[in-house]
Design a protein. Structure first.
Length: 194
C-alpha cells in the first residue's frame, strides 16, 4: 500500500479512497441544477471535459484510481472560473514531461494555487501531499521557490479563507474522512513539502 493510503487508513486500498473522494465531490457538485460536474477516475491521463453532446455533465477526469490525482484535478477545477469550465481542459496549454527550464518556471507559476488546494484537500483526507514538478525526464524536481510559494499560498488560504467551491469540498472531505477542519495554518510546515 502506498504511503498516501497508509495515512488515510490501514484497511482501505487507494481505489477505495479514490472512490470516497469521488463520492464527496459528486455530492457537492453533481446536481444538474447546480454545477453539474462529476469527478471520474480510471483514465490514462487527467483531463477536464465540459458537458456536451457526448455527455450531459461536466467531467473532471483523473488518472487511474490514484487519490492524489483525484485531489489534484479537483483542485484545478476549484481554481477554474466559469468561462474556463466551458473549455476542454480549461483551455490551458500543457507541455508534457520533458519541458525546458523556462517552460518549467511557467508550469510552477500556474500550479501554485492548485497545489496549495491539493495540500489542503490531502490534509482533509488524512493523505500525504507531495509537490508535483511533473518533469521527470529533465531531472527538474520542484524548485525551492515553488515549494515556498505553495506554502505561502496555503497560509494565505488559511488566513483569508478558501474560494467557495474549494472550501465546500475541503469541509466535506474532512467530514467524510473524520478529520479536523484543515484550515489552520499551524497544520502546514514548509519542511513537510517533498
Amino acid at each position: 500500500m502506498s504511503s498516501a493510503a497508509e495515512l488515510a487508513t490501514e484497511t482501505e486500498t487507494e481505489s477505495e479512497i479514490a472512490a470516497r473522494i469521488c463520492s464527496v465531490f459528486d455530492r457537492c457538485f453533481s446536481a444538474r441544477e447546480g454545477l453539474n460536474t462529476r469527478l471520474c477516475g480510471g483514465h490514462p491521463e487527467p483531463f477536464y471535459r465540459p458537458a456536451g453532446q457526448a455527455c450531459a455533465y461536466h467531467r473532471v477526469e483523473f488518472t487511474l484510481d490514484y487519490p492524489a490525482s483525484a485531489l489534484h484535478e479537483a483542485a484545478h477545477w476549484c481554481v477554474a472560473g466559469a468561462a474556463r469550465r466551458q473549455q476542454p481542459d480549461y483551455g490551458y496549454w500543457y507541455a508534457p514531461d520533458g519541458r525546458t527550464a523556462e517552460q518549467q518556471r511557467l508550469f510552477e507559476r500556474v500550479e501554485v494555487k492548485p497545489q496549495a488546494l491539493e495540500w489542503i484537500f490531502s490534509r482533509a483526507c488524512g493523505l500525504r501531499f507531495r509537490v508535483s514538478a511533473d518533469n521527470l525526464a529533465q531531472g527538474l524536481g520542484p524548485s525551492d521557490a515553488f515549494r515556498t510559494a505553495i506554502f505561502e499560498q496555503v497560509r494565505d488560504y488559511c488566513r483569508r479563507g478558501l474560494p467557495d467551491r474549494a472550501g465546500q469540498f475541503a469541509t466535506a472531505l474532512a467530514s467524510e474522512f473524520g478529520r479536523p477542519q484543515p484550515f489552520c495554518g499551524r497544520l502546514y510546515q514548509l519542511a513537510d513539502l517533498s
